[in-house]
Design a binder for this molecule. Structure first.
Ligand SMILES: [Zn+2]
Length: 194
């Protein structure tokens, strides 16, 4: 659970206190999506930054890993996260940065969430990121109902389509699909304490 940057402007102190109470339920495994969206800017940037920081503080206090939404705000997201080094775990969901950003994330021990966008033929940047980033730092994600992989592009996404992402990672890294499936599952279990 968490407040998406799109809705940052709607947050009042009661919002975060309520979420903090709910998060004590053991079925809550992470705090997110939180972060910055400088593409749509549905909430003003100062409010996005403020709510992002407040939620990172709470997630840290509760020892919950965080799921980060970063759209066209790679440097800013990394700079905010630098102030929160003790977090239980960090995944940059639907990773869209370049190789340099990816390497910085890996150096800090973050995970990259890889989904349907990897299968789009024109997405050469993400393909080269996935080739270079160690498998130990990759988790698979749907982001459903959005971003269905290539064969179903434009349709409503669903978890069953994740196999297309798995296939593409295996192809790019020259590994078997079994190996990628086992590794990314283990990563997710570790990240979310499943
Ligand atoms: Zn997102």
């Amino acid at each position: 659970m968490g407040v998406h940057p799109h809705d940052a402007v709607t947050v009042v102190p009661r919002t975060l206190e309520g979420l903090r109470l709910l998060a004590s339920n053991s079925r809550v495994v992470a705090w997110g999506e939180i972060g910055l969206d400088y593409h749509y800017n549905f909430s003003p940037r100062d409010s996005q930054l403020d709510v992002f920081r407040k939620q990172l503080e709470i997630a840290g206090e509760l020892n919950l890993p965080v799921i980060i939404h970063d759209r066209e705000a790679h440097r800013e997201v990394l700079s905010v996260l630098k102030d929160f080094l003790g977090l239980t775990g960090v995944v940059i969901h639907c990773f869209s940065g370049d190789l340099q950003i990816a390497e910085e994330c890996v150096n800090r021990g973050y995970y990259l969430g890889i989904g349907g966008t990897l299968t789009f033929p024109k997405n050469k940047d993400l393909k080269s990121v996935v080739q270079r980033v160690p498998l130990e730092h990759i988790v698979l994600e749907t982001d459903c109902p959005y971003l269905a992989p290539q064969p179903w592009r434009g349709k409503r996404n669903e978890p069953a389509f994740l196999t297309a992402v798995l296939e593409e990672i295996a192809h790019l890294k020259g590994l078997s699909q079994d190996k990628v499936a086992q590794a990314t599952t283990a990563n997710a279990e570790k990240l979310f304490g499943l």
